[in-house]
Design a protein around this ligand. Structure first.
Ligand code: NIG
Ligand code: FE
Length: 412
């Protein structure tokens, strides 16, 4: 067989080849192929075999993986990619013990990023998003979800979504867009959050027609949107043909996890304080739990999502950075893999499912991203690591050796 690129001498290959999200205890069963090789033609994987069989393959370009670990490109299913400014000054407030939601109530937090995003030009936001995408790519991410939500008015929400659209054409990573107009209550609507939600819902049709977003998301939280308001808003989104997501049970346990399941959300995200009942329902549903342990860490909390309970009960779990300027300021999903090991008690096998196949399903890309399989996209990472357990173990640094996106070497 003739291929463009052949990766040989792979110490451990993680194919992650599944037909759907991997649930419950199956997340702990990882298929590992030793001494493997992968052939790529154009943007697709066309051959997988043993390094000993590579005489069957003629390649224009050979990459010797030198016995290293090779995995699918990481899938990042929850980020707030497009925003203006930064919030390093809030760190001092956090150190004084001012809670995240209190900073928001006083017009800081999300609302201060909203001001900066409203001020920023389209071009500035494009450049900034490209910068962060480069960082993600360098850290082994090849598909990323991006939310709006720092506009909170028609014009700026559109600006964010249009930035994502432009960036899609400019950056090799695959980007999946989510409309998070319901991210906070802007000050002018403080007395009437329902009117604000109506205004955001009025954008659904144009967003759908112009294909500006695939998913609709909401922040269901004390002082933001109630479960009742969220239910109504998400139902409207579903009626307009969107699949929905939720920022649920991040800080206060309001029953957001239960609502995510009730709404048939593709994912319920955060779930740091989900109730027992919420976890049970999640486990018996098709909703994927996207856990963001970097936010618990970064907000200085002792409470982490009960990933063990979720997985043991049978849920499909993914993990993500939640990259944003307030509650988790990192593009490094490898760091989150370490936090998942240390604070969520997830096994390395579970963690690899969480950042590949399950993450891809959490953003509707299960049939193209998150696996290395014949006929699928060639999104592949070679790691400076001898085995898959090494990545969560050696923490806080970048282990990427080579990133291949759509069959092309992006970093080496
Ligand atoms: O997922 N919790 C709500 N939204 C983001 C944080 C946004 C911000 O602080 O700017 C989150 O944690
Ligand atoms: Fe978020």
């Amino acid at each position: 067989m003739q291929v463009d690129t052949l990766i040989t001498n792979i110490g451990q290959l993680l194919p992650m080849d599944h037909n759907g999200p991997v649930k419950g205890i199956a997340m702990n069963e990882l298929t590992v192929w030793e001494n493997a090789a992968v052939g790529i033609k154009k943007d697709q994987v066309v051959w997988i075999g043993s390094t000993d069989e590579t005489d069957q393959v003629t390649a224009n370009h050979v990459i010797d993986a030198g016995g290293k670990l090779v995995s699918p490109g990481l899938v990042e299913p929850h980020t707030h990619l497009v925003f203006g400014g930064s919030r390093e000054r809030e760190m001092a407030l956090k150190q004084k013990g001012v809670p995240y939601l209190e900073i928001l109530q006083k017009g800081g937090g999300i609302l201060s990023t909203v001001k900066a995003t409203q001020k920023a030009t389209h071009e500035e936001l494009v450049d900034k998003a490209l910068f962060h995408l480069d960082r993600m790519a360098m850290h082994g991410i090849t598909t990323v979800e991006a939310k709006s939500g720092y506009g909170l008015d028609r014009e700026t929400e559109r600006k964010q979504l249009e930035v994502v659209k432009e960036v899609k054409g400019k950056h090799p990573l695959d980007i999946v867009s989510t409309f998070l107009g319901a991210h906070a209550i802007p000050p002018e609507f403080k007395q009437d959050p329902e009117a604000f939600l109506d205004q955001m819902a009025d954008m659904f049709d144009e967003i759908k027609e112009e294909k500006l977003a695939e998913f609709v998301d909401i922040f269901t939280e004390t002082g933001v949107f109630t479960v009742e308001q969220s239910r109504r808003y998400l139902q409207k989104a579903k009626d307009r043909g969107f699949r929905v997501k939720m920022h649920a049970d991040e800080i206060d346990p309001l029953g957001g996890t239960e609502l995510a399941v009730e709404m048939g959300a593709i994912s319920g995200d955060h779930l740091a304080v989900s109730s027992d009942e919420g976890i049970n329902r999640l486990a018996n549903s098709d909703t994927i739990g996207v856990i963001l342990p970097g936010t618990s860490f970064y907000l200085g909390k002792d409470t982490y999502a009960r990933a063990r309970k979720m997985i043991d009960a049978g849920a499909a779990v993914s993990i993500s950075t939640d990259f944003n300027p307030g509650s988790c300021v990192t593009e490094n999903l490898q760091l989150i893999m370490s936090i998942a090991a240390l604070k969520l008690n997830m096994s390395p096998e579970e963690i690899w499912h969480a950042v590949t196949v399950n993450a891809a399903h959490a953003i509707g890309r299960g049939d193209e991203a998150g696996s290395i399989a014949i006929g699928r996209k060639a999104d592949i990472v070679i790691w400076d690591a001898p085995n898959y357990m090494y990545i969560p173990y050696h923490y806080g640094v970048n282990h990427v050796n080579t990133v291949i996106k759509n069959g092309n070497v992006l970093y080496q």
